[in-house]
Design a protein around this ligand. Structure first.
Ligand code: ADP
Ligand code: MG
Length: 208
């Protein structure tokens, strides 16, 4: 199974549904260590993405993801908008045509690079990087050992969910939560949690 244009569109639509379903949870997490807007930021962003996709006639998967990124950058005011926006734009730029699991692994890695280039967060800083990094590693390991797309995506989703849970004891060193210092410990990072939704959506979409 290749990652083609319909799959790219289905992935983004599944993320939008997940964000809508988990909006209150993301907002609760962000209320504990931030300003309580992560759920509504992403909900607003992905609602705009759905509208933008309705008008798009994409002829490659990259076009879907580039449009997703551009829309998130323009519609989401919080830190997560530009970070996810740049990530999706980088993934889009790496997918000029239908992709094998190895190509998609490199595209997802380019997404992580874009997040880190903009946000300057390292693993362990209690950010989206803490879910995105193990997800890319798991996807890449699966892909390079010949796993089909659904299997690689499922491994990435598991790793992202574990990465998000592993942010609980961490002290935030980037973003709004870092202002809390040691009081940011004991809470799961909202952005790492939404990253887990993004990778779970990829697994759901590609599941056969
Ligand atoms: P804001 O913090 O501006 O209110 P959101 O609430 O939408 O924006 O997003 C907060 C999430 O953004 C955090 O939980 C964290 O995961 C992520 N984040 C913040 N700063 C960075 C950064 N520099 N690098 C990576 N992720 C970050
Ligand atoms: Mg916030």
């Amino acid at each position: 199974m290749d990652f083609d244009t319909p799959l790219a569109e289905a992935w983004v639509r599944t993320i939008a549904t997940a964000v809508e379903q988990h909006r209150a949870h993301l907002t609760d997490l962000d209320s504990a260590i931030g300003d309580g807007d992560h759920g509504s930021n992403l909900q607003r962003g992905f609602a705009a993405v759905l509208t933008a996709l309705d008008d798009l006639r994409p002829d490659n998967p990259g076009a879907v993801l580039t449009k997703t990124g551009t829309t998130l950058i323009s519609k989401v005011g919080g830190a997560s908008g530009p970070l996810y926006g740049k990530a999706f734009r980088a993934i889009g730029a790496a997918l000029p045509g239908p992709a094998t699991p190895t190509t998609l692994a490199e595209a997802l890695a380019a997404g992580l690079d874009a997040i880190r280039a903009l946000g300057k967060a390292d693993p362990g800083d209690k950010t989206i990087v803490d879910a995105w990094t193990p997800a890319v590693a798991a996807f890449r390991t699966a892909a390079t050992t010949g796993a089909p797309l659904p299997e690689a995506a499922a491994a990435a989703a598991e790793a992202a969910e574990q990465g998000a849970r592993d942010t609980i004891p961490l002290q935030a060193r980037k973003g709004r939560a870092s202002y809390l210092g040691p009081r940011s410990t004991g809470h799961q990072d909202p952005g790492a949690t939404s990253t887990a939704l993004i990778f779970r959506a990829l697994a759901t979409t590609t599941a056969t």
